[in-house]
Design a protein around this ligand. Sequence first.
Ligand code: 3HC
Length: 384
Amino acid sequence: MSLEIKNITVLGSGIMGHGIAQVSATAGYNVKLRDIEKSFLDKAMDKIKWSLDKMVEKQKISQQEAANILSRITPIVDLKEALKGADMLIEAVPEDMNLKRKVYAEVDALADQKTLFASNTSTLPITEISSLTSRPDRFVGLHFFNPPQLMPLVEVIPGNRTAGNTVNLAIDYVSKVGKQPVLCKKDVAGFIVNRIFIPLVHEAAYCQERDHASMTEIDSAVKFKMAFPMGIFELADYTGLDVIYKATVEMHSRDTKVIRPHPKIKQLYDEKNLGQKSGRGFYEYGGGKYERVALTEQEAEKYDPVALVAVAANNGAWLVSNGVCSLQDLEKALKLGMGLKKELFSTVKEFGPARIVSCLLDLAAKHGSFYEPDRFLLQLSEQK
Ligand code: 3HC
């Protein structure tokens, strides 16, 4: 680990980029936050100020510390200037392979050879993106969770040609920013957490149709019976329907078994109803600000989320069966990356593995192979 990382350039100042810039500056790194328009950067800096003010209000940091953190972040449009002196680049531009292709061609030509490249991609294969550059050995996936300021997980994803030293430097950075790394051992569509989260949004839309349940009934059940901190429609709106839609397209194009796309997500995306940030997604919002949906235990009682538990568990089981992560790391990732207050497979036990498998078999008979139960779940259901 001869390279000492001091200067970080974050490319893209959206939901993830501004948060990554903030946590990096909080850990003492000098950060350049780069975007293509000054107006995007102004918005991002406002969000960082809001977040730092919250931290001061909650006495997590002092006013002086907040000012120091802010002074370590330089918003910048000029790409060449942004990359000058960077020890590590963290790319957080939208999830579109054509865009990534263009961005990496530019940055690879401009960045110093020593600069490590990390992509915060949520779904694109690291091996494929790294091969767009001249430094696949110094390229790694570093996947943060929204909001990066509060979620303690970072998935670390090596590509086929990522050097061991690059992984070590990435893990060291993750620890320094006060987060916990989970190693995603295989470069699979959706990595660990998104392999559970994104298909669940689609399944919730199917549940609404199939079971004639309201969104708040389903979301309340997700919150109070599955121990999620937010409902699933609420979380989709919070994440952004653009992010969900693009992740869906990329994941599904690489592995049709991972997701059963529901047309509602594309519809919301096409209508530009992107969730909280645009004032409307599955729900309506006051506009732009952090807002929560009112969910209650009484409403939770009206809905049985067995199909949602089944789909989440089935994708989780697939990750374990295919050696992407251990069951322990899966639970750690869901706790730290999605804030689950109870282990997913404890919820499976509560619902009954046999009932979960029977639900999946029933859905598979009606809707196809996406629902076929994974062998790890089948084994669980056969245990006495
Ligand atoms: N910075 C600082 N403070 C923030 C903040 C931020 N960015 N965002 C929210 N807060 C504050 C809130 O304003 C609130 O402050 P208040 O007490 O003064 O009102 C405080 O944090 C707590 O918020 P809530 O009252 O809403 O309470 P919660 O306990 O539910 O915590 C949460 C909020 C951490 C967002 C929690 O709901 C959670 O973990 N939600 C799930 C998030 C999740 O699943 N993220 C991952 C999505 S997948 C992903 O990102 C991957 C990508 O590739 C798609």
